[in-house]
Design a protein around this ligand. Structure first.
Ligand SMILES: Nc1ncnc2c1ncn2[C@@H]1O[C@H](COP(=O)(O)OP(=O)(O)O)[C@@H](O)[C@H]1O
Ligand SMILES: N[C@@H](CCOP(=O)(O)O)C(=O)O
Length: 322
């Protein structure tokens, strides 16, 4: 259903001649995406994913595609973009920007256990380190500036208690962003949307992170918070599952030790991660772009998570023994 721009095998056969991938043999639309049009394609050389970008522009895309290439070249498991004969990663198809990337094996693990969380934590730390010297800087487009612009837009739709929650949390996060602790946090390119549906596993073996189209430069700890808030919770309640939290954080810490400033910032950052997705879900729910957003994600899920992260004690980022 989410094939917004149809592509036939004939279209692909012409277009693919600019790549060193042999003849196109098959093309199959992927129904699950909500942002872009994705296809599995088969050529004489193997299987790939073709993405037509429905919302991102030719100017914004180099950051994402070059970041994926940078990471893939450094052994981080991500789809590797394929360049055409001229070396271009982004090429027009039916007038829209499009790219081919390698296909990851496996499927998403929607019922993760500690072993999966540990694998994600370790790969996330490797990704942060590998991306540190990536030369292109593009901010997190869902960062604090976006949150300050978006909060007033959704405010009229909220109940009194949610208005209060949003107002107080925005004040808290704006103050936190001005703090010395915040200034000490390490930052660089982050995935920023590393949910269960954006990671592939073959059994217990992680085969890759994908869907980098919310990536941007922000604190590494924000990426960890977003990831923990999705992978290490009971989905019904949003309550953190301590075994999975420890597995993910300890695995990350083993590869890239957390700092004392990050420890101090951990609870505010879990709140920031919840706030970011509460806001985007509220926005999509009350102001749907068009028929593309078939079933908007439930904002109530992240409202619950935000309230819990405010009210409940947070497990430490690391222990001195860890
Ligand atoms: N590189 C890839 N390898 C394997 N499958 C992929 C790859 N990229 C996308 N997919 C498949 O396509 C689906 C939709 O991709 P996604 O990037 O999440 O789309 P959207 O950003 O539009 O939501 C994924 O759930 C996954 O099954
Ligand atoms: N992870 C976000 C929505 C982004 O969708 P994706 O399929 O592109 O990852 C959320 O759950 O709100």
């Amino acid at each position: 259903m989410a094939v917004f721009t149809p592509v036939t095998l004939d279209d692909l056969s012409q277009w693919i001649t600019q790549f060193d991938l042999g003849k196109a043999l098959a093309i199959k639309g992927i129904p699950s995406g909500i942002e872009n049009t994705n296809f599995f394609i088969t050529t004489e050389f193997g299987e790939y994913v073709l993405t037509i970008f429905e919302n991102l522009s030719f100017e914004q895309l180099p950051f994402y595609l070059n970041l994926m290439r940078h990471l893939a070249e450094r052994g981080v498991l991500v789809p590797a973009p394929i360049a055409n004969h001229k070396g271009d990663l982004i090429n027009a198809l039916h007038g829209k920007p499009a790219s081919i990337v390698s296909k990851l094996e496996g499927s998403s693990q929607m019922d993760p256990q500690a072993v999966h969380c540990a694998a994600v934590g370790a790969m996330l730390a490797r990704m942060h380190i590998a991306a540190e010297n990536f030369p292109i800087r593009q901010p997190n487009l869902r960062g604090l500036a976006w949150r300050n612009e978006t909060a007033p837009l959704v405010m009229p739709y909220l109940s009194d208690s949610n208005k209060q929650l949003l107002t107080e949390e925005m004040a808290f996060q704006n103050a936190f962003a001005e703090s010395d602790t915040y200034r000490q946090l390490q930052n660089g390119p982050i995935h920023a949307d590393l949910f269960r549906n954006n990671v592939m596993f073959n059994g217990d073996h992680l085969t890759g992170f994908f869907d980098f189209y919310f990536a941007g430069c922000d604190t590494w700890l924000f990426d960890v918070a977003v990831t923990v808030n999705d992978w290490c919770i009971d989905v019904e309640t949003g309550v953190l599952d301590l075994e999975r939290v420890r597995a993910m954080l300890d695995a990350y810490h083993h590869v890239r030790p957390f700092t004392d400033a990050e420890q101090a910032a951990w609870q505010p950052m879990l709140r920031a991660g919840a706030l970011r997705f509460w806001l985007s879900r509220l926005y999509d729910f009350h102001m749907p772009r068009d028929a593309e957003m078939l079933t908007p994600h439930d904002p109530g899920h992240f409202e619950r998570i935000l309230r819990l992260r405010i009210e409940q004690a947070t497990p430490p980022l690391f222990t001195s023994a860890g």
